[in-house]
Design a protein around this ligand. Structure first.
Ligand code: SF4
Length: 395
């Protein structure tokens, strides 16, 4: 590849960079957007949750420790070339200054992109992929984490996904060891604390598994982030879902509770159930009412985060118990809007005109969304159906 606008030395370094690659998995939590992504296993060993499109049709595989270590070495080599570029381009070796240019120039290489983005944002965090890293035998996982920390010492936070059931099967001693060598946080898809909901979506986990696994992680010192999926009980089990999920989380008392509202993705088993009328999804307003019921029933000390684009009201965030009244206040503000204003907000939020409820107060934005809403309605379309279709594209 030639970079005619750059001098020959720099062009040669970029060419060298573009030939590096290591394995990167398909997903990560939104909060790990700037983390280095390292694939420790491939796909999901369970892979049966009704709502989940992530790894369907893909076989689970453990990766060899030596292979993962080689990937870590490749990350190091990419970082060194970027550092060399930073010297040659006159930035005194400051990688952050050239990482942005590398992201733009070598946009076709996802490995180099990942490392450049990670360097750009400080090179401090790493996320181990894919869906359930704890399934790796503890001595092997320890070896990977140690190699990662030794090779890339700027990393101060290492996180991963883990299923509750797998966490429950590890001994407390093993989890403590993992924490001691550097595993900082686990993200778990709790989704629901209701056994009826968990069974209906084939989560393969019970409320008791969630509590056992979650409590053990908290006790080990590893930070725990639990994902909750509002709407997962549909209309029939909405209350059960909200209250049981709060009950289970009150017992776990995780560091974070992250909301990720349900949208049934075309092609998933849950989508088929919706088509057959076996699952009736909540409307946007019903979802907000369910979240209200859930937040009200929480009696723990977690930080509630709403860092997923599928959530309608991103301001429902805060530290429990202090910010509970504030979170409920935000929800009540929304629910007290007129039906037309709520539809305006839904449409504005789903089309990217609003980032928050506050944005509705911008008269220019509000008017533009209102004109759009009237156009949609006068063409015979239902706003709820239109926004549900848009949400599909967010997954
Ligand atoms: S455990 Fe996670 S990744 Fe696996 S199928 Fe369920 S939601 Fe998807």
């Amino acid at each position: 590849m030639n970079y005619p606008q750059l001098d020959a030395t720099i062009s040669a370094e970029l060419d060298k960079l573009s030939r590096y690659s290591f394995e990167v998995g398909p997903i990560r939590p939104p909060s790990e957007a700037y983390s280095l992504l390292l694939r420790v296993t491939r796909n999901c060993p369970w892979n049966r949750c009704d709502f989940c499109p992530a790894y369907k049709g893909q076989k689970f595989q453990l990766r060899e420790v030596e292979e993962i270590k080689q990937d870590i070495n490749t990350v190091k080599a990419i970082s060194e070339v970027i550092e060399e570029l930073a010297w040659k381009m006159g930035y005194g070796g400051r990688t952050r200054d050239v990482a942005g240019a590398v992201i733009q120039t070598i946009h076709y290489n996802s490995s180099v992109q990942n490392v450049a983005l990670w360097l750009y944002f400080g090179a401090e965090t790493a996320f181990l992929q894919d869906a359930n890293t704890l399934i790796v035998r503890t001595p092997e996982l320890i070896e990977v984490i140690k190699h990662l920390k030794q090779t890339l010492p700027s990393i101060t936070r290492i996180t991963s996904y883990a299923r509750s059931k797998t966490a429950a099967k590890k001994s407390l001693e093993e989890l403590r060891e993992l924490h001691e060598v550097g595993l900082s946080r686990l993200h778990t898809g709790l989704e629901s604390g209701s056994d009826m909901v968990l069974q209906s979506i084939q989560k393969g986990v019970t409320a008791a598994d969630h509590i056992n696994g979650g409590r053990k992680v908290v006790e080990s010192g590893i930070s725990l982030s639990e994902y909750v999926m509002p709407g997962l009980g549909g209309k029939v089990m909405s209350q059960e879902h909200a209250l049981e999920t709060a009950r289970v989380l009150n017992q776990i008392d995780p560091d974070f509770i992250r909301l990720r509202s349900l949208a049934a993705r075309n092609g998933t088993p849950l989508w088929e159930k919706v088509q057959r009328g076996e699952f009736i999804p909540l409307t946007e307003d019903e979802m907000v009412e369910e979240i209200r019921m859930f937040i009200e029933a929480l009696e723990c000390h977690s930080e509630v985060k709403s860092d997923h684009i599928l959530n309608l009201i991103p301001e429902v965030e805060g530290n429990l118990p202090d910010d509970k009244a504030n979170m409920l206040g935000v929800i009540d503000y929304y629910l007290a809007l007129s039906p037309e204003e709520r539809l305006n907000f839904q449409l504005g939020r789903r089309t990217g005109h609003y980032q928050s409820l506050e944005d509705m107060k911008d008269v220019g934005k509000y008017t533009r969304v209102e004109q759009m809403r009237k156009r949609v309605e006068s063409s015979g379309n239902d706003i709820e159906i239109v926004t549900a279709r848009i949400r599909q594209d967010f997954i």
